[in-house]
Design a protein around this ligand. Structure first.
Ligand SMILES: NC(=O)c1ccc[n+]([C@@H]2O[C@H](COP(=O)([O-])OP(=O)(O)OC[C@H]3O[C@@H](n4cnc5c(N)ncnc54)[C@H](OP(=O)(O)O)[C@@H]3O)[C@@H](O)[C@H]2O)c1
Length: 332
């Protein structure tokens, strides 16, 4: 395996940003990004690709297809995930497609844990005399987090979103929660919905608010995720019901789940340690005697408090109008 060059991480970060365009329509396949870069002294992007709807064609195939005759002699191909080593009815193995195009180098973000590839994509490229570098960089890892969670934990990656007052309430005491946050934060939530395969609320929120749980951003309506309700009760119309958080392992074809509360559903997912990412929207309002953001997590005493530490790492933070958005990742 060749050593990475200095600029490889920057190009890979660009490929990882492209990969975001694939999600979630590429399900059940991972969203992968690929960049074909030509020229050594002043490199430029010759072609770009990301996984297409339904999972095929794969990103490398799209990028190579987009470049004149598909040949890539002397160029570098950046791809966030190891090219697949298995052909399917819908396409050739990507390592063969790449080998035929004869790039000088292939820089790979992450090794593919799929046992049908798992290092074989890299080995085949090297057998063809193509230089391969494996980066294992944070940008490609983050762009593939859903896929890696599904592979390693056998369930979709879960993001829990909560819109909070400064004093940690998600609704007034009478249940009113429209709206705690402002327009910019709510638009951000819709953009997040558009990136997920499925969206869930607790039974009480479903009964109280009848949320549409769709994407209301221009041009993204078709990205509305599949709707789920967590309930031990009667199945409401038009949604899928799950009776316990662990049942998300049976959601076919879903790599990511967006949990939108309320407090009971949020606590149920946190107690089961099924939340991988927290998205907190904090509005500059005080509610006082309202509905707390979370139901019981069963913590008690000094031991409980100690176990609450060291679980979350702060990620991206930004202002959205007068609200603050902060993401936290579960440390595992
Ligand atoms: N600000 C925000 O971000 C936000 C977001 C969402 C909701 N809200 C507000 O939150 C309030 C509702 O919150 P809530 O805490 O009362 O209710 P909730 O979390 O929406 O729903 C609780 C219900 O979820 C089901 N459930 C919970 N744990 C479960 C488990 N382990 N297994 C199976 N089912 C389980 C049960 O449904 P069944 O009773 O059907 O069995 C339970 O009654 C509303 O006022 C809503 O407007 C605010």
């Amino acid at each position: 395996m060749a050593a990475p060059a200095d600029t490889d991480r920057e190009w890979m970060a660009a490929a990882a940003r492209l990969a975001m365009r694939a999600r979630p329509l590429c399900r059940p396949n991972p969203g992968v990004g690929a960049l074909l870069v030509s020229g050594e002294g002043s490199p430029r992007v010759a072609a770009r690709g990301w996984t297409r709807e339904g999972g095929r064609p794969h990103a490398e195939a799209v990028a190579l297809d987009g470049y004149a005759d598909g040949g890539a002699t002397g160029m570098t191909l950046y791809v966030t995930l190891e090219p697949c080593a298995h052909a399917s009815k819908r396409g050739r193995a990507c390592c063969d497609v790449v080998a035929d195009a004869r790039p000088a180098r292939v820089v790979i973000g992450q090794r593919d844990p799929d046992p049908r590839t798992a290092g074989e994509g890299i080995a085949r490229l090297e057998r063809e005399g193509i230089e391969v570098a494996l980066l294992d960089d944070p940008a490609s890892a983050a762009s593939l987090a859903d896929y890696f969670t599904l592979r390693s934990r056998g369930r979709p990656r879960v993001t829990l979103k909560l819109a909070l007052s400064l004093d940690g309430c998600i609704a007034l005491a009478d249940g009113t929660s429209r709206w705690i946050t402002g327009e910019a934060a709510r638009a951000h939530v819709h953009a997040m919905r558009a990136r997920h395969d499925a969206i869930l609320v607790g039974g009480a929120t479903w009964r109280a608010d009848r949320p549409r749980l769709d994407v209301r951003l221009p041009g993204l309506g078709e990205r509305s995720p599949r709707r789920l309700v967590l309930t031990r009760g009667v199945q409401p119309d038009g949604v899928t019901v799950i009776n316990e958080p662990a049942a998300i392992a049976d959601l076919e074809g879903a790599l990511s789940l967006y949990v939108e509360g309320g407090a009971g559903a949020a606590a149920a997912f946190l107690s089961a340690d099924l939340v991988d990412e927290l998205h907190l929207y904090r509005a500059p309002v005080m509610i006082g005697d309202g509905l707390r953001a979370l139901g019981s997590l069963g913590l008690g005493g000094a031991e409980g408090l100690e176990s609450a530490h060291g679980r979350w790492q702060r990620g991206m933070s930004c202002r959205l109008g007068s609200d603050m958005f902060t993401a936290y990742q579960r440390i595992r």
